[in-house]
Write a protein that binds this ligand. Structure first.
Ligand code: NDP
Length: 327
């Protein structure tokens, strides 16, 4: 037996509880992993609270990421003792996930834990941090450089935003952080933000074309914020869109695309193929300071994971929540 957070559902409501699970209940797959740490991402909050239909079948163990050690494997890709990380692939949505002491997954979903990180550090980064790295990779691939001007990060105190600020400032960018949490200005500056703007200045519907300011944008928020960010992006600039914390809609116009040559880059972490995953983790190992990781993350036990899930959806979390599934 082992412990996992389990989401169950009857006709009217869903329930979430730490539950004893028999190993025979794990889904069929080739690799069994002894999980050490998992995390609470925004999507895990949606799954745990049931606020959006993230979970595709019940009962479900949530947790879209984990780090741990291979316990057994019938695939020759992995052997007992290998240290691994998993991000996405529908784990915690349609396949039992990481908020559990054990997980059984397909071999192609795992990557090797980078040597630079402990399992706990890898989960302080988690899917949010790996997504931030995908955003930075996308901007760099399109030739965005610090010399081109300021870069905007929205949803700044969140997991993706925090890691994006740390990575971009390390690369020499002048980062402007958009946040609703005025009290976290010192936190954002310590991560490397040069300036902080109130997210209210971006969150209401605005004009299709606005004063040009940003050379590039990492947007975690979507909706009117993304539309305004596009409308303020300078000629030929790039906007990496990865999130929907404000909303899934995009109430803007094509004007920034057709009159300023602005490009919108879509970022998906869930089904991203192996090469960009490995490149993103390589960037994190190279460019993310251990001190930044310390300030970004807080630690909870499995028993507090559901409460943290509710908090992230309520916008009460700063940075990243790491879950010690064995505590
Ligand atoms: P967090 O909840 O940690 O951060 C989101 C941040 O957005 C909050 O901290 C807050 O920052 C801001 N925010 C929250 N609510 C609103 C609102 N109503 N209007 C404007 N801003 C708001 O989430 P993550 O950082 O983990 O994820 C960010 C987004 O990216 C989420 O939507 C998530 O689903 C998505 N995501 C997408 C991935 C992909 O593959 N594309 C992978 C990972 C995440 P502040 O208080 O500083 O303003």
């Amino acid at each position: 037996m082992f412990k996992a957070l389990l989401i169950t559902k009857n006709e009217s409501a869903q329930a979430v509880a730490v539950t004893d699970i028999d190993e025979s209940q794990l889904p069929e797959a080739a690799v069994t992993v002894k999980v050490e740490y998992s995390t609470i991402n925004y999507k895990d909050g949606l799954a745990i609270t049931g606020k959006s239909p993230v979970v595709r079948k019940f009962p479900m163990v949530p947790g879209i990421d984990f780090a741990g050690v291979v316990e057994s494997s019938s695939s020759d890709q992995w052997k007992a003792g290998d240290r691994v990380v998993l991000n996405g692939w529908g784990v915690g949505e349609g396949h039992w996930g990481g908020l559990s002491q054990k997980a059984r997954v397909n071999p192609g979903w795992l990557i090797r834990l980078p040597e630079a990180f402990s399992a706990k550090q890898a989960m302080a980064i988690g899917t949010a941090g790996y997504t931030a790295a995908l955003c930075v990779d996308a901007l760099e691939k399109h030739g965005v450089t610090p010399a081109q001007g300021e870069i905007l990060v929205t949803g700044a105190t969140g997991g993706v935003g925090s890691v994006a600020i740390a990575l971009l400032s390390k690369l020499g960018f002048k980062v402007v952080a958009s946040s609703g949490k005025a009290s976290e200005a010192d936190y954002l500056k310590a991560l490397g933000a040069a300036e902080i703007i109130d997210r209210a200045s971006l969150s209401a519907p605005g004009k299709p074309m606005q004063k040009e300011r940003w050379a590039a944008v990492v947007d975690c928020v979507g909706s009117a914020t993304l539309a305004n960010a596009l409308a303020q992006t300078r000629y030929g600039g790039y906007v990496a869109a990865c999130g929907l914390a404000q909303g899934m809609d995009l109430p803007g116009s094509v004007a920034p695309f057709i009159l300023r040559g602005v490009s919108l880059l879509g970022i998906d972490s869930v089904m991203a193929p192996l090469p960009p995953r490995e490149a993103a983790w390589k960037r994190l190992a190279r460019d993310l300071d251990a001190s930044a990781l310390e300030s970004i993350s807080t630690l909870v036990g499995l028993g507090n994971a559901a409460a943290a899930g509710a908090d992230i959806v309520a916008g009460k979390i700063r940075g990243r929540v790491v879950v010690d599934v064995n505590a």
